[in-house]
Structure formats: C-alpha cells, structure tokens
Design a protein around this ligand. Structure first.
Ligand code: 13P
Length: 244
C-alpha cells in the first residue's frame, strides 16, 4: 500500500565496525510511525549483521540485488531465497549502476523482480534516464520502457512492487531533479501503474536526496519517499530525510 518510505542504499560501502555504529544510531533515532517506514539495503555480507541489529526495531532491511535464477551453477551469484532467509523485506532490482556497469537488461531486471516476489519480498524496481536521454527528450519513453518490461513479467503482482525513479544524471552528482521535474515523471509512472492495478504502490525518488531538499521533493503529490545513496551513510542525515 502507498505509504511514506525512505530506503538507504549503502551501495558498496561499509564494514562491520562502521555498520554497527550506523545501525545503532538508526535504531536509537527512529521511532515507528504509522504510514512512515525506513529501511536500509546493505551489501550481502552484512545482511546477517543487519538482521541481528534491526530485528524487532522500526528499521527494516534489504539487499541491493538478487539473481534472476533460483539456484544452481551461477558462481558468485546470490539468490532471492538466500537473501530472504536473512529477514529482508526488500531487494533493489535494476539500479542504474547495475544496468550501466554490469550490463543488466530490462528483461533481466524483470526476471529479478519475479524472483524477489517469489521469495516473498518486495522488489524496489529502479528506472531512470541518462543525461543524454533527457536532453534528447526521451525521458518518458525510457522510464516507461523500463517499467513496461517489469509489468509484463509480474502481472497482477505489480501491486506488490515499490518503484524508484532515479535519473542517472542526479545520482551521486549533487544535482538533484527539481521537485517539478521529479513529480512529472512520477505522475507518468503512477498513471501507467494505475492501468496495471497498482496505483497505490509507493513511488520513490532517488538522486542526490539530502536532508535539505528531501522535504520539497517528498511534498509532491506522487512522490512517496526516497532511495538514498550517499546521505544514507550518515545516521543524522538519513534520519532527517526519514522525517522529512
Ligand atoms: P545518491 O543519493 O548518492 O545520489 O545515490 C542515489 C542512489 O543511487 C540511490 O540508489
């Protein structure tokens, strides 16, 4: 259901000692509130630590990826069911870094979303255009195309997704989309999701969200929260975004 949600994507950052301090600060600083949730998506090796420190708290956790395959000869891969065993509520699929650096295709992302659903977790499906695509006026076609692949694969389970719009040009650049730019894409995604019976899912914005711009973004009609990279590594910043 459509609730406010702020998810930290730690990316390939962390270590046992620094994670412990960060998770401790999050659990101390975050109180459960109806309709408002926070979660952290941590590297695979730290899922057990996240589970140990976050179970029973108001902070949920998840993974940043999962294989589209169920099991077998896929050296180096991690299945959705493995991730689920560590109590994950979420798994990010189709982050632009994976699409760009690891050649993930929209078809592969759709298969991952299905695998995550089959493991009874919520896929956080990322879509977003590059700067070149935006400048060519292709933003809408790109994000709808990426979404379409997932919708075609998951069918009625679309209502169990979270979708994150992350313009590639705003990720880690300090250049965030304006609230109006982000809202325009969110409205488009929401309209397509409504046709798929999924009007009420949470739609997150990601890309240089900070404590000082989160409030204006999250105030927009179709923006239900954020997927936070850099600012999720500092407890104070992340908690401030969660409260925004
Ligand atoms: P930044 O918040 O560091 O721009 O990263 C956004 C992101 O990629 C979250 O998934």
């Amino acid at each position: 259901m459509r609730g406010k949600l702020v998810v930290g994507n730690w990316k390939m950052n962390g270590g046992l000692a620094s994670n412990a301090a960060l998770l401790e600060a999050l659990t101390t600083g975050w109180r459960a509130e109806p309709g408002r949730a926070v979660a952290v998506c941590v590297p695979f090796p730290y899922l057990a630590q996240a589970q140990a420190m976050l179970a029973g708290t108001a902070v949920a956790w998840g993974a940043q990826n999962a294989s589209e395959h169920r099991s077998g000869a896929h050296t180096g891969e991690v299945s959705a069911s493995m991730v689920a065993e560590f109590g994950c509520r979420y798994a990010i699929v189709g982050h632009s870094e994976r699409r760009q650096l690891y050649a993930e295709t929209s078809a592969g992302v759709a298969a991952k979303a299905l695998a995550v659903l089959a493991a009874a977790m919520t896929p956080i499906v990322c879509v977003g255009e590059t700067l070149a695509q935006r400048e060519a006026g292709a933003t809408n076609d790109v994000v709808l195309g990426q979404l379409e692949a997932v919708l075609a694969a998951v069918g009625e389970a679309a209502a169990r997704l979270v979708v994150a719009y992350e313009p590639v040009w705003a990720i880690g650049t300090g250049r965030t989309a304006t609230p109006d730019e982000a809202q325009a894409v969110h409205a488009l995604l929401r309209a397509r999701l409504a046709q798929a019976g999924a009007a009420e899912i949470s739609l997150l914005y990601g890309g240089s969200v900070k404590a000082d711009n989160a409030g204006a973004l999250f105030a927009m009609k179709d923006i239900d929260g954020g997927l936070i990279g850099g600012a999720s590594l500092q407890a104070g910043d992340f908690l401030a975004i969660g409260r925004a």
